[in-house]
Design a protein around this ligand. Structure first.
Ligand code: AMP
Ligand code: GLY
Length: 438
């Protein structure tokens, strides 16, 4: 059996690793990862594929009789990889390009939520910087400014003062913002929400949804949730905040209306759907954003807790029968700590040699209570066999234990055995869950 995972991060390492472990026969299985990282290159049964063009991936999947493909990141979804695979009668799990607009256009997502009564922060969209500035003068701060398009986590500014808000408009809408390209030609300005953030991720087959385990991530670079926003510095699952009652409300107030809304608009949603939610002090639930993929590092903690066969889950998701199965979860807590490169998130340095990984392999296999997922890593160094940093988020050290505190201790114990120059990591991942317990 041959499967294909699209992407190169920690999330994709976790997806591919779990698919491989879900093999139902003794016959050899290969999970290709395009393009993958050093972690997926080194693992027996996983194979990196240095292809990123969609026509080439379609051709590869046909030629190699790939049974199904799972898409990790949003960029290929925005380019229409699901549409292209389906047009070639290839099985793939992800949303179509149109459906992915829930993530790829904040303006579309906000208007969609309004059309279908899904609670979210009130907003206004602007094409003109002058009008945006005028609006900010009226509204004051705190206020939130978002680039309309995909901005790789760099498109949102939570401005606590009017000066920060005006500066955000100037930076985002600057004609030649090299980092954002066209993503911020339009901006959405929205009401500032205060509360607890949770990540709620489901699998959808166009008709049914299967909720995955709940999780929370830490987005800020620095301890105490300070400093710039990042893609995520760590996460844990489950999110203790999500009681069974809240879970049912999220399904009823957010997820079902979103699925029904997409169906009504003629674009049934298939794939992972990630709702970034704010649980407000008054008990209200509001959507901060939709993502058309799993979160990263949420995927790593969720996957480590998944006890069901992942191949079977994906097959049901592609076949439209998610109502026929349930997912089973390890009762323990999974917690992940992301080790990031010097200079992250603005200008991560690449090429630093990572030490300690190979020494951990024995314990990883024997004890099974942690796994080091690779993100921005590559094979390099002097002989081409060393593992070196190759991106901002480098490794996602994920541990399982009976409590958040114990999972935290274990994750840091493992992370402490890995070294590279300039490594940054937060020392307090999980603090919100630990305080919640108190
Ligand atoms: P987004 O990409 O829209 O999820 O925004 C990134 C982060 O900015 C979120 O995870 C929140 O921490 C924060 N954020 C986004 N929208 C708001 C809002 N309306 N109020 C407060 N914080 C927000
Ligand atoms: N960890 C947040 C995200 O994947 O968007």
């Amino acid at each position: 059996m041959k499967l294909l995972v699209i992407g190169a991060g920690g999330r994709e390492h976790a997806l591919a690793w779990k698919l491989l472990k879900s093999s139902r026969t003794t016959r050899p299985m290969t999970v290709y990862v395009a393009p993958g990282n050093a972690g997926t290159a080194l693992e027996e049964g996983l194979e990196n594929l240095p292809i990123t063009g969609i026509p080439e991936l379609v051709e590869f999947a046909k030629k190699e009789s790939i049974v199904f493909t799972v898409v990790g990141p949003e960029a290929p979804l925005a380019e229409g990889i699901v549409d292209a695979f389906r047009a070639a009668s290839l099985k793939i799990f992800g949303p179509t390009r149109q459906a992915a607009r829930l993530e790829t256009s904040k303006d579309f997502a906000k208007a969609f939520m309004q059309r279908h009564g899904i609670p979210t922060a009130t907003h206004t969209t602007f094409d003109s910087a002058a009008e945006a500035h005028r609006y900010l003068d009226e509204k004051g701060a705190p206020i939130v400014i978002k680039a309309d398009g995909l901005a790789a986590g760099k498109g949102v500014v939570v401005a606590m003062t009017p000066a920060e808000a005006h500066a955000a408009i100037d930076t985002l809408m600057a004609e030649n913002n090299a980092q954002l390209g066209n993503a911020a030609a339009r901006v959405v300005i929205e009401e500032f929400l205060e509360g607890d953030e949770v990540s709620f991720i489901v699998m959808a087959d166009g008709h049914h949804v299967l909720p995955l385990a709940t999780s929370q991530d830490h987005k800020r670079l620095k301890e105490g949730d300070q400093g710039p926003n990042t893609g995520g510095m760590g996460a844990y699952s489950p999110a203790p905040l999500i009681t069974p009652t809240l879970h049912a409300r999220i399904m009823r107030e957010i997820i079902q209306p979103a699925m029904n809304g997409m169906a009504q608009e003629g674009e049934r949603y298939t794939g992972f759907l990630y709702a970034g939610l704010m649980i407000m002090a008054d008990g209200g639930i509001k959507v901060l954003e939709f993502n058309c993929r799993m979160g990263d590092p949420e995927a790593e903690v969720i996957i480590l807790r998944l006890k069901s066969n992942f191949i079977t889950l994906i097959e049901h998701a592609i076949g439209g029968s998610l109502d026929k199965i349930e997912a089973e979860w390890d009762r323990r807590t999974a917690l992940s700590v992301v080790m990031v490169a010097k200079g992250y998130p603005d200008a991560p340095r690449k090429g630093d040699v990572i030490h300690g990984l190979r020494e951990l392999e024995g314990a990883e296999t024997a004890e099974k209570d942690f796994f080091v997922f690779h993100a921005g890593t590559a094979l390099g160094g002097e002989n081409g066999e060393e593992i070196v940093t190759a991106g901002g988020r480098v490794l996602c050290v994920t541990a399982l234990a009976d409590s958040v505190k114990m999972a935290q201790r274990r994750a840091y114990e493992i992370a402490g055995q890995i070294h590279f120059d300039g490594c940054q990591m937060r020392r307090d991942i999980g603090h919100r869950a630990i305080n919640h317990r108190k």
